[in-house]
Design a protein around this ligand. Structure first.
Ligand SMILES: O=C(O)c1ccccc1NCC(=O)[C@H](O)[C@H](O)COP(=O)(O)O
Length: 320
């Protein structure tokens, strides 16, 4: 019979499927513990939360008792781990569904923009990026055109930054890759507009030997298709900057990813990303990771720059 206020009845009748699922989960948990116990495992995976509301079965645990109190420290750790892993899984699923990962660029200047950040402190900027949720750092090392250096990269690495570091250098000789490694780089940029296929192939082999990643950058369909044919390619970056005119057009990424190329993963979109709309646009095009410099490096608080770029706080994504 329906209660007068309808509360309990509605709570049950409006969510029968959800409750059936909870019953299944609970029964499965009991079953898993039984199987483990039959193999001599005394550690239970999680405390009994008691059967769901409308469970019609032999047991009903609600109070603190043997089934929801850890028997020893290992069981306590495992129960805590169960909650922790569930939260991490949920968070990483949300990240996957919601927003692309961020490679945040550390640079003082660029040929197209001139000086971007007057009071340039590479270590402070890198630390702020990491705290703000960057998954990786891109560190410019060119002196003449970007007013940066390998010393910057080394200082960032030695400051205890945990994010992987991409060395953003204009590589023309394999020696530069070794050098970048000695300074603490985890990955290096190879530009398809500069390097012939054979050089890229050779350099990728060197990277693998040095346990580094190679990000190969392309600007157009021809370069993209060339690079797809090179053995060992793992990371492809699309650069939307026209190096002849300095014009930036993020539609380039979208056009390049139409059709078969859109199936390639993972990809990056850069540069010219300033707003949450830009991020949404590039993400819709199929990009899983974005590389961003100017719009965040010029902010006195780069963490705030990241929040403005994504339209939300992504600091919980950082590695610590
Ligand atoms: O940015 C330039 O002026 C430039 C000139 C010559 C070669 C490369 C150049 N930049 C390429 C980059 O990789 C950008 O630094 C990167 O895409 C980040 O762009 P942004 O977010 O616009 O700083």
């Amino acid at each position: 019979m329906e209660p007068q206020d309808g509360s309990a009845f509605n709570a049950l009748s409006s969510e029968p499927k959800a409750n059936a699922l909870k019953i299944n989960e609970w029964e499965l948990g009991m079953f898993q513990d039984e199987v483990a116990a039959s193999q001599g495992i005394r550690i239970r995976r999680r405390p009994s939360s008691g059967p769901p509301m409308d469970y019609v079965g032999p047991f009903e645990f609600r109070l603190q008792n043997e089934s929801n109190t850890p028997r020893n420290i290992l069981e306590e750790i495992i129960w805590h781990k169960d909650t922790e892993v569930a939260q991490l899984k949920e968070r990483s699923l949300m990240n996957e569904l919601d927003l692309p990962g961020l490679i945040a660029e550390v640079k003082k200047a660029s040929p197209s923009r001139g000086v971007i950040r007057e009071d340039f402190d590479p270590v402070k900027i890198a630390q702020a990026y990491e705290k703000g949720g960057a998954a990786c750092l891109s560190v410019l090392t060119d002196k003449k055109y970007f007013q940066c250096s390998f010393e910057n990269l080394e200082a960032i690495r030695n400051a205890g930054v945990k994010c992987p570091i991409l060395c953003k250098e204009f590589v023309i000789d394999a020696w530069q890759i070794y050098y970048a490694r000695t300074k603490g780089a985890d990955a290096i940029l190879l530009i398809a507009a500069v390097l012939p296929d054979l050089d890229i192939k050779f350099m990728i082999k060197i990277c693998k030997m040095l346990r580094m990643a190679a990000l190969v950058e392309v600007h157009d369909a021809r370069e993209f298709d060339r690079v797809l044919g090179i053995e060992g390619i793992e990371l492809i970056g699309i650069n939307n900057l026209n190096l002849g005119t300095f014009e930036v057009d993020i539609c380039i990424t979208k056009k390049l990813l139409e059709g078969e190329r859109g199936k390639i993963n993972p990809l990056l979109g850069s540069p010219g990303l300033f707003t949450p709309d830009d991020i949404a646009y590039i993400q819709e095009a199929g990009v899983k990771t974005v590389l961003v410099g100017e719009s965040i490096v010029k902010q006195s608080d780069p963490g705030k720059g990241i929040r403005n770029l994504f339209g939300q706080d992504i600091s919980s994504w950082s590695s610590d």
